[in-house]
Design a protein around this ligand. Structure first.
Ligand code: PRX
Length: 631
């Protein structure tokens, strides 16, 4: 089996083989990595418990595969190319040799501060090289990283630290993001007040702001690193030892810690990166995500480094200092593969073509999208203005839980069709299910997207609560991993992802449960009850629409709405703030008290004439009021 697929017919052959002989297929792919000890059994699984074990008995360390094994041939090649927020600040190039040294030193600092194998470490950091280095250093010593996006509030951070009982938090004094400056350490201080488990806060200097350090708890990285050496042996890990936890939202109120393990995640991250992006030695690859999300884990850090690639890491935002920044960076660093989110494409498209025109973009070879469905207009704009109609677009469908890209063309290999992710990668067996859980065999049909056979980087459990993993992903349809998405297959069998079929809203590619946002809104003292739904939003894909019942009527609803937004910012973070708030006196409920979200969704979508049957409601009159007051 070739590690790299290099034609569509080869894809078809490999796919066929991978379905007929999954174990032989993955054994072959896995043999491209370095293992301290080979596995005894390739796969053991059942989707009932669920229990999925890949490469059982094997020992490895993912950082040896990301770094050490490239030193013989690529020591002086750039591993991480870092572009700062401010284009006037100098970029940084970290070679594989430098990366080895810096990861070892960082790992030694972790050890010196009491972190060992199996301990959880929370990373709440800016997009600076130290974040990637900290991720790798944690993995090097066998500790488990839990990266929390540095846009979440102190409350969200504290919840995640406590859920995983993290011993250490790694942060920075502050963060630059576009024109914003955020005092990260202050947020950590506030969070950690409620976290008894935290023994150490390790602080990287980024902004050189005056920072208060709590004696006995807080230490500066630049002080600690003075005391350690350049070598740190990689801890031998079992293939099924946890590598990281990453929290993600679901349809219940509390985000869950998705657990990925060392061996399978490594094999799939590396293989999918190589094939989807068709990376050639010497290329510069850029994924614009933040390492706080799964995209950054798999396709900024692990996937590229496993392949000895040069991965560009960007601290800033697409519109700073202007809406040409992405394209300026592509030209400046001769980027060959560019991977971003539909929301960024739509936002930049709306800013006007004049921001693209000054740049040649002629180094680009493959361009990609991830995180949410891409509409045809944005796909076409991306194709014409960025790809210049010569770059294949890889529309990659996957999830935090899948660990890596599941459905996508492999660079130019695979049909190009706007808004269609395409065919599954080798080794991936998606199905469409009907309401009853029967597989839909025909094409040109829509159904619930599920996966019927394990793949190496799939979720193993939800941290501290295996039952929840079973309930959320494996109980809807027996014998299948359920994705929560609806999808359609076209006449040729290409998959088009329609969107979530559960109570999850995808805002700018970020997932939030409606219950999670409602819980946050309900923390506001003026609020009695709330119901949140998603609605189509030109830039964000989906916007957040909140219907709120107040404890007491008020005259100034604008003031109350602003207060509610502040509460959501405090509880979750600014990324989850409602776009629209409608104060209502009641919600449409069935006689058993269940909120009829279908009605609220239709109103939010601006289709109040399509409410359907409302006769079963406890109080049908409330609907007329909601329709009248809709924004
Ligand atoms: O609804 C799908 C959407 O994003 C969800 C997963 O979100 P998250 O775990 O945060 O991971 C995002 C990055 C991998 C999916 O259930 N989604 C992701 N990629 C696509 C997509 N929807 C349509 N097309 C995609 N390419």
């Amino acid at each position: 089996m070739a590690y790299r697929v290099s034609s569509f017919s080869q894809y078809e052959q490999d796919y066929q083989f991978s379905v007929e002989n999954p174990e032989a297929f993955w054994e072959d792919i896995a043999s491209n990595y370095s293992w301290i000890r080979k596995w005894d059994k390739t796969l053991e699984w059942n989707f009932d418990e669920p229990k999925v074990e890949w490469f059982k008995g094997a020992k490895l360390n993912i950082t040896e595969n990301c770094i050490d094994r490239h030193l013989a041939s690529k020591a002086n090649q750039t591993a991480i190319l870092w572009e700062p927020n401010d284009p006037k600040e100098r970029f940084k190039k970290i070679t594989y040799q430098d990366l080895h040294q810096q990861v070892c030193r960082f790992a030694n600092v972790l050890k010196r501060n009491g972190v060992g194998k199996g301990d959880r470490v929370c990373l709440y950091m800016p997009m600076i090289p130290e974040l990637a280095i900290a991720v790798l250093a944690t993995a090097r010593i066998g500790a488990i990283h839990s990266v929390v996006f540095a846009g979440f509030s102190a409350q969200s951070l504290a919840d995640r630290i406590n859920d995983a009982t993290c011993k250490m938090v790694i942060t920075a004094d502050g963060l630059y993001r576009g024109a914003k400056e955020i005092p990260l350490k202050n947020i950590v201080d506030e969070a950690v007040e409620d976290c008894e488990c935290v023994e150490r806060v390790l602080v990287i200097e980024r902004t050189a702001w005056n920072t208060e350090m709590q004696a006995g708890r807080d230490v500066w990285y630049h002080d600690e690193v003075q005391h350690v050496g350049d070598e740190c042996p990689a801890e031998p890990m079992d293939a099924e030892d946890p590598l990281f936890i990453l929290y993600t939202s679901g349809s219940t109120g509390k985000p869950k810690g998705v657990v990925h393990t060392c061996g399978g995640y490594m094999v799939y991250a590396g293989y999918s990166f190589q094939n989807v992006f068709q990376y050639d030695p010497g290329d510069t690859y850029w994924c614009t995500a933040d390492i706080g999300w799964i995209t950054g884990h798999t396709y900024i850090v692990y996937g590229p480094l496993l392949n000895g690639a040069t991965t560009l890491m960007f601290e800033g935002v697409p519109t700073y200092p202007d809406a040409g920044r992405f394209w300026q960076v592509c030209d400046k660093h001769h980027v060959n593969q560019f991977y971003t989110a539909p929301t960024a494409i739509r936002a930049l498209m709306a800013c006007g073509d004049e921001h693209v025109l000054p740049y040649s973009l002629n180094s680009l070879r493959v361009i990609g999208t991830v995180g949410e469905p891409i509409n045809e207009e944005a796909w076409n704009w991306y194709n014409v203005h960025i790809g210049k109609e010569k770059c294949p677009i890889v529309d990659t469908w996957w999830q935090t839980e899948t660990g890596g890209i599941m459905i996508s063309s492999l660079g130019e290999y695979g049909p190009q069709k706007a808004a269609h992710a395409g065919f599954p990668l080798p080794g991936i067996q998606p199905v469409l299910l009907d309401e009853k859980g029967n597989e839909i065999q025909e094409n040109e049909k829509e159904g619930y997207l599920a996966v019927k056979f394990p793949w190496p980087s799939m979720i193993r459990t939800t941290w501290g609560d295996h039952e929840r993993c079973k309930k959320v992903y494996f109980s809807h349809y027996n014998g299948y991993y359920f994705t929560g998405d609806g999808a359609k297959r076209d006449a040729k069998g290409l998959y088009r992802i329609i969107g979530r079929v559960d109570d999850v809203i995808n805002v700018s590619g970020h997932r939030f449960g409606t219950a999670e946002i409602e819980n946050a809104i309900n923390q506001n003292i003026h609020v009695a009850e709330s119901a949140v739904v998603g609605y189509p939003h030109d830039i964000k894909g989906q916007g957040i629409y909140a219907y709120v019942i107040l404890r007491k009527p008020v005259d100034d609803t604008d003031f109350i709405s602003a207060e509610i937004i502040e509460t959501v910012k405090e509880e979750i973070g600014a990324i989850a703030k409602p776009d629209k708030i409608q104060i209502v006196s009641g919600l449409p409920k069935t006689r058993s008290g269940k909120i009829m979200r279908r009605i609220l969704r239709k109103v939010a979508e601006g289709e109040p004439d399509k409410l359907g049957d409302i006769s079963t409601l406890l109080d049908p009159n409330v609907v007329a009021e909601i329709v009248k007051g809709a924004q």
